[in-house]
Design a protein around this ligand. Structure first.
Ligand code: UFG
Length: 328
């Protein structure tokens, strides 16, 4: 298929684009490079620098490149930032995505894979979280993704748009060859911050130690970025084989606390990792652990990286190969 991959210069998007190409698809990467990196686009000719909400630009691409489906990863995706500036999140993630969908509809492109999030669930009422769990986002980021998923259901009903929404839990790790990985500026995610602390000796903050969890720190389900990429391929197959309008959780089903992540990183790196206590971040739930049974059953998705240590090893390899990020 000919695929438009928005956000394909970003952390997850770059790995997804590589996997889609390896499977024989053609990719056009649309990224405004506001958080993505030119160097994360492995085939420079694939990159179109631009805004996915720009109707004219997107319309031109869909038609000129004869796009069959859109894989939409571009988004603002920081929980804390979304709490501080909700309007930016509704504009970037919802309004601009609706412009993209409208343009797709006009061009007759009716297949869509959405990068969604565990943040649609909010504070869990039961664990592990399956797709039937109530959706009560605890922050604007999760709310914008949920609103978009809901809009997709109505586009499906009204216009026959077929979609799969992939609700990632905590994306982590890097490609096994160390070429593509996480490089946000500033970096707010736990895994890269912990590994950087191993590299520099700068203490990593622990945001909250009073959560109702065994050691008081927040628990997350870390899922390897290459496993996420594989799910996008499965989602496209799903869209080819049947009419779809579905959401799937993507996680390993195992929760690790912030302290467990740090302990595992000490083992993997063989280095001390200094920490400093800090307050909770607004909008952060205490525990998020997935049941990804539906994705396993319906998409045939089986994550290859079940071990947190193996996930961290890949992220550590990327960091050592790119100590200054992609600019190096
Ligand atoms: N944390 C720290 N120190 C750090 C960074 C993070 O203690 O330096 C903690 C956070 O407070 C959180 C956990 O580590 O409890 C994981 O934090 P991340 O920032 O790595 O990931 P989040 O769980 O906040 O965010 C992820 C995705 C979001 C998604 C969210 C769902 O990145 O896109 O899960 O809640 F919305």
């Amino acid at each position: 298929m000919r695929l438009l991959v928005t956000g394909g210069a970003g952390y997850v998007g770059s790995v997804v684009a590589r996997r889609l190409r390896a499977a024989g698809h053609e990719t056009v990467i649309l990224d405004d490079l506001s958080t993505g990196h030119r160097a994360a686009v492995e085939r420079p000719d694939d990159l179109v620098q631009g805004d996915f909400g720009d109707r004219l630009r997107v319309g031109g691409l869909l038609e000129a490149r004869r796009i069959d489906a859109v894989v939409h990863l571009a988004a603002s995706c920081l929980v804390g930032e979304s709490v501080a500036d909700p309007a930016a999140y509704y504009r970037n993630n919802l309004e601009r995505s609706l412009a993209l969908l409208d343009r797709m509809r006009q061009a007759g492109v009716l297949r869509f894979v959405l990068s969604s999030t565990a943040a649609v669930y909010g504070e869990p009422a039961a664990l592990p979280i399956d797709e039937d769990h109530p959706t009560r986002p605890a922050n604007p980021y999760g709310d914008t993704k949920l609103a978009l998923e809901r809009a997709l259901h109505w586009y499906h009903a009204a216009h026959g748009l077929r979609f799969v929404a992939l609700r990632y839990f905590n994306a982590a790790g890097a490609t096994s060859d160390g070429a593509l990985g996480e490089d946000h500026r500033p970096e707010s995610h736990l895994v890269p911050n912990v590994l950087r602390a191993a590299l520099t000796g700068e203490p990593v903050p622990i945001f909250g130690s009073d959560y109702p969890t065994p050691d008081g720190t927040a628990v997350r389900d870390y899922v390897h970025v290459e496993d996420l990429a594989e799910a996008h391929l499965a989602a496209l197959r799903r869209l080819e084989s049947r009419a779809a309008g579905e959401s799937f959780n993507l996680g390993n089903g195992h929760g690790f606390s912030v302290l467990q992540v740090i302990e595992t990183a000490r083992r993997v790196t063989g280095r001390p990792i200094p920490v400093r206590p800090a307050g909770r971040r607004p909008g952060d739930p205490g525990t998020l652990v997935a049941s990804a049974q539906r994705a396993r059953r319906e998409l045939g998705w089986a994550p290859r990286f079940a071990e947190l240590g193996a996930i961290l090893e890949t992220a550590w390899r990327f960091l050592r190969q790119h100590p200054d990020g992609y600019s190096a």
